[in-house]
Design a protein around this ligand. Structure first.
Ligand SMILES: O=P(O)(O)OC[C@H]1O[C@H](O[C@H]2O[C@H](CO)[C@@H](O)[C@H](O)[C@H]2O)[C@H](O)[C@@H](O)[C@@H]1O
Ligand SMILES: O=c1ccn([C@@H]2O[C@H](COP(=O)(O)OP(=O)(O)O)[C@@H](O)[C@H]2O)c(=O)[nH]1
Length: 463
């Protein structure tokens, strides 16, 4: 079996940047993938240095070798806060209103991709499989090819890929996608994003695209594109869910809610997660059913994320204001309907909360996958499972079709789903859960890794 070289912006090293929970689903998923496969995980340390030196910090932790570099202030500003998170992230989540197009940040993005290529290239052996992740590193494969790497190289996009009519608003969009076609295999979370990418390649680049097989021929090269929905590390989650830490966390939550039904939301504080819209839906439920305010309590866990980006500062302020308004209008001396927790929790604690909460609210406006939805399902008591309310615009909705699917933009829809969930008979809850747990258990992160790396390794063998 070839060694795997995983390259991503975010690397889960013990001292990584950010509070617990702020690192999102990618870090946990890749950690699981590498434990299984062996190899090296390269990326940014999350630390800022005076000037980029290219010095690599090698560490071995729980069987995974990480190789990280520090970035200078200007690099972080232009590449991470700038082009990645103020241009590509909003654009890829269909938010043209938040997308900034700045030539300087684009240059910083190119520069950091160049630096990554320069630093990681010497670590790659001839037979290694190279697997690059996410929108931070779209041109990295091309930069590695320029350095003479002929390895099989794959790329996985964890976010959505936007429709062509939105994507073409990006200056130099053609140049960016041309660089992506230097990868041998490009993976997407769902067929929808895959189709949008193929559509772009056909319409804008004039590439020859076989929609059936995902074969894209352009400029004398062939790239394969396919959907690989990411899953959770099911076994690991079950161990965590069985721990004393999980039980304690669940108990703590239950004793604080007394006899009220707990509803839970767990999301990085990101505008793509639809948090203010979720509160609007809850508020609408209270408007329609004032007598039920005493029956439910909503707990939103929202660790801060990308705090140096202005749109993230704004969403935080909006959310705090909205939670305050609803609580102001609905609280009693012994009752606060919304608990907004601005810090992260361990997976074990989350499992305890998931199980104690009889409703899981996962209502992003747009999301590549959303692993929280799958974790919520996995953590349920099979004899008395809770109800998952899930946005139809999350990648996860393609697989979890037995969740209560909602339009997160509609407060009425969300309110109605809450009512339905609260009143759902045990039989129906069980039937829905049984239908969902199978895909959560089987289509796990190990399977995702095997499918992607298996396809990547096979490329070239029968072409
Ligand atoms: O690294 P950050 O800037 O702190 O952000 C955290 C991660 O957020 C995004 O996660 C995505 O990947 C998940 C796993 O595939 C998926 O379920 C989710 O829908 C995506 O939003 C981002 O794409 C990652 O690069 C970040 O590390
Ligand atoms: O306090 C928290 C909040 C979230 N998470 C984890 O962060 C990930 C979020 O992944 P998801 O795919 O839902 O969204 P992303 O943040 O990657 O966009 C999940 O594995 C959560 O368990 C965590 O460990 N602690």
């Amino acid at each position: 079996m070839s060694r795997l070289i995983v390259i991503s912006n975010r690397v889960a090293v013990p001292k990584a940047r950010g509070a617990a929970g702020a690192q999102g689903g990618l870090a946990g998923a890749l950690n699981a993938a590498l434990k299984k496969h062996g190899g090296i995980w390269f990326g940014w340390s999350g630390q800022e240095c005076e000037e980029f030196t290219g010095n690599i910090n090698l560490q071995r932790h729980e069987g995974v070798t990480t190789a990280t570099v520090d970035l200078g202030h200007q690099d972080i500003e232009e590449y991470y806060n700038g082009y990645a998170n103020s241009t590509l992230w909003p654009l890829f989540h269909f938010r043209l209103d938040l997308t900034q197009y700045e030539r300087e940040t684009g240059k910083g993005y190119e520069r950091v991709n160049e630096r990554f290529a320069e630093s990681v290239a010497p670590l790659v052996d001839r037979d290694d499989l190279v697997w690059v992740h996410d929108y931070h590193l779209l041109p990295l494969g091309a930069r590695l090819r320029e350095r003479g790497l002929t390895n099989r190289m794959g790329f996985f996009l964890h976010t959505p890929w936007p429709p062509t009519r939105l994507f073409v608003s990006l200056p130099y969009h053609e140049r960016l996608v041309r660089t992506m076609l230097e990868y041998d295999l490009i993976g997407f979370q769902t067929d929808e994003w895959l189709e949008s990418f193929c559509h772009y390649c056909r319409k804008e680049l004039g590439a020859e695209v076989d929609e059936e097989t995902g074969r894209i021929a352009f400029d004398g090269r062939v790239t394969h594109a396919k959907a690989y929905p990411i899953g959770i590390d099911y076994e690991h989650l079950m161990e965590q869910a069985d721990s004393g830490e999980a039980r304690q966390a669940g108990q703590r939550l239950l004793s604080s809610t007394r006899r009220r039904t707990a509803m839970i939301g767990v999301d990085r504080l990101d505008y793509s997660k639809g948090l203010p819209e979720r509160l609007d839906g809850i508020s609408r439920f209270f408007d329609h059913h004032p007598q039920r305010v005493r029956d439910v309590v909503f707990i939103q866990i929202a660790p801060p994320s990308r705090e140096d980006v202005e749109s993230y500062q704004r969403i935080r302020a909006t959310l705090e204001q909205k939670a305050g308004q609803i609580n102001g209008a609905r609280s009693e001396v012994d009752l606060v309907p919304i608990r907004y927790v601005n810090k992260g929790h361990s997976l074990a604690e989350l499992c305890g909360f998931y199980r104690a909460a009889k409703i899981g609210l996962v209502t992003p406006l747009r999301d590549g996958m959303n692993l929280v939805a799958k974790e919520y399902v996995a953590a349920q008591d099979p004899e008395d499972p809770g109800v998952l309310i899930l946005s139809r615009f999350a990648g996860a909705a393609r697989q979890l079709t037995d969740a209560v699917l909602v339009n997160p933009h509609s407060p009425d829809d969300v309110a109605q789903a809450i009512q339905m969930a609260l009143d759902m008979p045990l039989e129906e809850r069980k039937a829905r859960w049984e239908a969902m747990i199978e895909t959560v258990r089987e289509d796990n992160v190990q399977r995702w890794t095997e499918l992607f790396t298996g396809d990547l390794a096979a490329i070239g063998q029968d072409d």
